[in-house]
Design a protein around this ligand. Structure first.
Ligand code: ATP
Ligand code: MG
Length: 520
């Protein structure tokens, strides 16, 4: 593939954003937040970990901290709230009126926000509503003029080991520099408390018994290993692949470029130490979905291996095609895209979504960070660590998964949801392509979640500057009412996509983003 640009036929450079968003966001401290951390410029991923050769003393595990919080609908006061929550709430800019309107949303958000903020981890386990009731208790909570108890059960997450020092080589490497993104754009995962971890409720009706048997049992580490052994290729990938430089570090592992010695093809290898995965089932997901859902707009799975390191710890290696153009985040934060380019990217992502949704897979973490670009302008969806496979028995989901700013209102409010959540996130990603960032990014994250839950469709800045077809496209993606939100197939015939320019129109953006992010 000819990936380099020939200086002679270089088109005029695309407009850059006057202030790169990465700087704007990183330099702007959030007001009064408990744990805003500074990220090194070297990489968004350098804040994450993957050291395997150190002894890590982990914190106690498998305990649950159940918090009982009361809410008095008459006074609008919470009682028994942990100090940290009370402090966060005080500074969250969520007004008393808003708290009164939806106290359960406030608690859900506080529960998951404190857990994710403390650990700074992709995976965050917290439970809100499921432990008390379903959404019906919301209304009773507000209307009953008494103090109601709400349980929020937070499961701790293993702390990440310290970062390995960044070598000068890593900083100087030729692959696309990874642009720093604020911590708060990281993915999170919250899940309902497994029934088996709670004292068994008294089965006084067939309903609760049925509920219990329907709950999936958590897989043991041994079961997970067994399952992985049945999926991966037997053998040592080091014989087949010549691992070169590191190109990325995610929450679940490191990514290197490598050469397939038999074909000389470049591949990307994602190495995920099993020990460090707080939710190991998710990495099974990641390979199974990638392996079974091959499509031109999905980063292609090549192979997978289980490898043991010197200390006999297992690592899952996923070999996939290498995309050399960086992520869409690099482009949206550094350059200004025109509608033709936005339509082209939207169409490519919709093609991936149509394919996944037809196969009953919800990606659940659509955002610019998870769209990788090829130097030929190809656009591919990646990071299947959060996806959910729907089945006839389970055609809706309810865990709060994704990245807050991109989450659909029905996810934030913990209603049942389906594939349409990806369409909402695509709408938010379209806003990233216009503004360089999702709505509410400069808001206190807690308030942002509250705003998604209560405002629904975000206001689009300078909407009138967009063409009518683009405005309509955004409206169809960002319809709060799920039945009014279009699905991927229908959106593919939306007139906005007729504005799409050829994919090669993205090439100058990729170059410009790379140049801009190399500048000191
Ligand atoms: P996250 O914390 O973002 O969820 P993760 O552990 O799921 O991370 P990925 O997002 O899959 O990891 O990969 C981490 C980084 O490695 C990406 O941001 C990207 O820069 C790079 N990367 C991953 N896969 C590829 C690929 N196939 N080609 C090129 N670069 C890749
Ligand atoms: Mg990712």
């Amino acid at each position: 593939m000819s990936s380099e640009f020939n200086g002679e036929d270089k088109p005029p450079a695309p407009p850059l954003r006057l202030t790169s968003n990465k700087n704007a966001v990183d330099l702007k401290p959030l007001p009064k937040e408990p744990d805003e951390r500074k990220k090194s410029k070297s990489s968004k991923n350098s804040a994450k970990i993957k050291v395997n050769d150190r002894t890590i003393i982990s914190s106690p595990q498998d305990f649950h901290h159940v918090i009982h919080v009361g809410f008095n609908a008459e006074t609008g006061e919470f009682t028994g709230m942990p100090n940290e929550w009370a402090r966060l709430l005080k500074h969250s800019e969520i007004s008393k009126e808003q708290q009164l309107k939806n106290p359960q949303a406030v608690l859900d958000i506080l529960g998951f926000y404190t857990a994710s903020n403390k650990e700074g981890n992709k995976y965050m386990y917290s439970t809100g509503k499921e432990s008390v009731s379903n959404s019906s208790s919301n209304s009773s909570m507000v209307t009953e003029k008494s103090t109601n108890h709400i349980e929020v059960d937070i499961e701790p997450i293993k702390p990440e080991p310290p970062n390995p020092p960044c070598t000068p080589e890593e900083v100087e490497l030729p692959p696309p520099p990874v642009i720093s993104r604020p911590e708060k754009t990281k993915s999170i995962y919250t899940k309902p408390l497994e029934e088996e971890k709670k004292p068994a409720p008294k089965a006084n009706g067939s309903e609760s018994v049925k509920k219990q048997t329907n709950k999936k049992k958590k897989m043991s580490d041994e079961e997970i290993l067994q399952k992985l052994r049945g999926i991966v290729t037997i053998g040592d990938p080091n014989r087949k692949y010549n691992k070169l430089e590191k190109i990325g570090q995610g929450a679940s592992g490191t990514v290197h470029i490598a050469i397939d010695t038999t074909t000389n093809r470049e591949v990307a290898i994602k190495q995920m130490p099993l020990q460090q995965q707080p939710k190991k089932e998710l990495i099974i997901n990641e390979i199974v979905v990638m392996k079974e859902n091959k499509n031109a707009n999905i980063v292609n799975f090549v192979d997978s291996y289980l490898v043991t390191d010197e200390t006999s710890n297992y690592e899952l290696w996923v070999i996939m095609e290498y995309l050399n153009g960086g992520s869409l985040t690099d482009v949206v934060t550094e350059t200004c895209m025109d509608e033709g380019q936005i339509a082209a990217v939207s169409r490519e992502v919709l093609q991936a979504l149509e394919f996944l949704h037809e196969n009953k897979v919800i990606h659940r973490d659509i955002k610019s960070d998870n769209i990788l670009l090829g130097m030929d302008g190809s656009v591919k969806l990646t990071d299947f660590g959060f996806c959910a496979q729907l089945s006839p028995e389970q055609n809706k989901r309810c865990t709060m998964v994704g990245t807050p700013y991109w989450m659909a209102p029905e996810v934030v409010t913990r209603k049942q949801y389906d594939t349409k959540v990806d369409i909402w996130s695509l709408g938010i990603m379209a806003i990233e392509m216009i503004d360089g960032e999702p709505p509410y990014l400069n808001e206190n994250p807690l308030r942002a979640l509250y705003l998604i839950a209560t405002n629904g469709k975000p206001e689009i800045k300078e909407r009138s500057k967009l063409s009518p077809v683009f405005q309509d496209f955004l409206d169809k993606c960002l319809a709060v009412n799920v039945s009014e939100r279009w699905n991927a197939s229908r959106l593919l015939s939306h007139p906005f996509l007729r504005l799409a320019k050829p994919l090669s129109s993205l090439i100058p953006l990729i170059h410009a983003a790379r140049e801009a992010s190399r500048k000191p």
